[in-house]
Write a protein that binds this ligand. Structure first.
Ligand SMILES: [Zn+2]
Length: 251
């Protein structure tokens, strides 16, 4: 596993771009614009659009870092990341000709699929951290909602209803389980215990943080746990979530 420092560095970067895509918008456009937006309307993919987004950001940092290869030979972020994730250590040695050209070296790594493997591995780790943060999930939903709304229904007609919004897909058990455990069985808005150990009257709702009518996705990143009352109050036009972190135990 990547070190805590590296992991949180990437998490902070991903979170920052998600909340303020401004300067990064052209890359977001590359990832989700045009034809690529059809990936946003798939029903509950396990490898979510957020995983893809994280992979793209990691890859852009790797290529950005390659500019500095000649000024500090032997001290490359990519080597450090490959080492700490135990990827390709036995097969790849940096060839002589790559000594001063970072892009040649990255090419060699790419031919062995090592960059893709690294991006996938680290993406899972970053997802593990940021999925716990509903604020980040909400910001991501906001960021891509425009692309969802502008996806032409002709790509995947069955994914849309006649008002041009995504139809509500049934939520697979693995997604419910992930959200239930993340939110620790409590309504994220009023903290009611929904485990039914203490309360019989409240029903569990898997609420879309960003409503489908506003460009929300059928995606595990767009779900949160709410009770019936809060679900009713929130309605279909609000993207409310809470900043509450559920503690592992009471203090
Ligand atoms: Zn509630």
């Amino acid at each position: 596993m990547v070190s805590t420092v590296d992991l949180y560095y990437i998490c902070q970067m991903v979170d920052g771009v998600t909340r303020e895509p401004g300067t990064y918008l052209r890359n977001v456009e590359d990832i989700f614009g045009d034809m690529s937006s059809s990936s946003l309307v798939r029903k509950y993919p396990k490898w979510t659009c957020f995983h893809v987004f994280i992979e793209e950001l990691i890859s852009s940092v790797i290529f950005e870092d390659a500019k500095n290869f000649s000024s500090r030979p032997g001290n490359y972020w990519i080597d450090h990341m490959l080492r700490s994730n135990r990827i390709g250590q036995l097969t790849v040695r940096r060839p002589e000709f790559c000594q001063f050209d970072g892009y040649d070296y990255l090419d060699a790594l790419q031919q062995e699929d090592l960059i893709a493997e690294l991006c996938e591995t680290v993406s899972k780790q970053v997802f593990h951290v940021l999925f716990a943060n509903r604020g980040t999930m909400s910001a991501f939903g906001h960021m891509v909602s425009g692309y969802v709304l502008h996806t032409s229904p002709s790509f995947i007609p069955e994914a849309f209803n006649n008002t041009g919004h995504l139809t509500r897909a049934s939520i697979p058990a693995w997604a419910k389980s992930a959200v239930f455990h993340r939110d620790k069985g409590r309504c994220v808005l009023c903290q009611t215990d929904l485990t039914k150990l203490f309360s019989q009257q409240s029903q569990i709702h898997y609420d879309h943080i960003m409503p489908l009518a506003l460009g929300g996705m059928n995606c595990v990143t767009n779900l949160q746990l709410t009770c019936s009352n809060c679900n009713l109050d929130k309605g279909a036009r609000s993207a409310a979530t809470s900043r509450e972190y559920e503690a592992w135990y009471d203090y």
